[in-house]
Design a binder for this molecule. Structure first.
Ligand code: APR
Length: 322
């Protein structure tokens, strides 16, 4: 008997489909293949564009020397049997827009993409990236018909990466020494948690005065806007792509990394029937567990306010889709 390694039950090559081959999607594809995490299928509605990017990435293998495959397509059938589907399709923000301004444009795109992609890969884990993130994750979950734990939104990893960066820059410490936690929505009401953000295990509340911490928290909240206003023609994509790659790796390698991500809540933190940024364990089943940190009353209140805005925007989005 002979079979290709792709078909082998013991040595199957992981496959990640990325819906939306724009800046975030194509940068993610590069990360996944060059880090040898998975083969990639890139799908976009713009005919020829995903095929061109895929060919370019395949040709880079002659220098990068890896054996990962990249396929570009506009046909969902080519995404079948993916282990992970990532949705980055939709419009990014432009200067002057907040993430909520994108609801109308992106709701239909994301719901449609989730349904079509999961029809082809019913066993996949779905990672949603399109903004406004927490709202789009809810819509994608509903459209996909997947169990809650198999759907997760990428934002907290990125927000925490930004917080870490600003802490490292402020203290002149290696970023490798830093852990940071950011909960809540991926927007103005996100909840960075200085008490759970540490340098070599020491909370930053012991290392900086409160005015400095407030400044770094504010810069984190505006992290995406700061990049976008400098770029002017689109929004951030390097740090978002790295953040998604980390989540994909934790899932495919069943690492159970604890990361902040938009997970479905069923009573955790006093919240129900909502996707919101919380620390969770990511493994091959998706969200294996939501970690419940001890929050102060003020932190709980901030999280509830963040959740309320997401809930209202989900209702608005449902009206748009109906
Ligand atoms: N199906 C597939 N692809 C689509 C669809 C669709 N229905 N609609 C749009 N796209 C594609 C576009 O053709 C484009 O190539 O989605 C891609 C989006 O890429 P960019 O415009 O470069 O946006 P990007 O910076 O990658 O951001 C994508 O991620 O971080 C979020 O806010 C950001 O919502 C935005 C998303």
């Amino acid at each position: 008997m002979s079979y290709s390694s792709f078909d082998s039950p013991t040595d199957r090559r992981h496959r990640v489909s990325i819906i939306g081959a724009g800046r975030v999607g194509s940068t993610l594809a590069q990360r996944l293949v060059e880090k040898n995490i998975a083969d990639v299928v890139l799908l976009d509605i713009v005919e020829g564009m995903p095929q061109g990017i895929a060919l370019d990435l395949m040709e880079a293998r002659g220098v990068e020397r890896h054996d990962r495959l990249v396929i570009g397509t506009s046909n969902y059938a080519d995404t079948s049997n993916s282990d992970v589907v990532v949705i980055t399709a939709g419009r990014p923000r432009l200067p002057g827009m907040n993430r909520e301004d994108l609801i109308k444009t992106n709701a239909r795109i994301v719901a449609d993409a989730a349904q079509k992609a999961i029809d082809q890969s019913p066993d996949a884990i779905l990672i949603v990236v399109t903004n406004p993130l927490d709202v789009m994750t809810y819509l994608a979950w509903e459209a996909s018909g997947l169990p809650q734990r198999r759907v997760v939104g990428m934002a907290g990893v990125l927000d925490a990466a930004r917080f870490k960066t600003f802490i490292a820059m402020e203290l002149g410490v290696s970023i490798q020494e830093i852990n940071a936690m950011v909960m809540g929505d991926h927007g103005q009401l996100m909840v960075p948690l200085p008490r759970y953000s540490t340098v070599a295990g020491v909370p930053i509340t012991e290392l900086m005065d409160s005015a400095t911490i407030d400044r770094l928290v504010e810069r984190t909240r505006n992290g995406g806007t700061e990049v976008m206003e400098l770029m002017k023609t689109g929004s951030a994509y390097f740090a978002p792509a790295s953040s998604i790659a980390l989540m994909v790796e934790s899932i495919l390698h069943n690492q159970s990394q604890v990361v902040p991500a938009a997970a479905y809540l069923q009573g955790e933190y006093g919240l129900q029937d909502i996707f919101l940024g919380v620390p969770c364990l990511l493994g091959y089943q998706g969200v294996e567990r939501v970690v419940e940190l001890n929050l102060t009353p003020a932190e709980m209140e901030a999280l509830a306010a963040s959740g309320e805005v997401v809930r209202q925007n989900v209702e608005r989005a449902k009206v748009i889709l109906s």
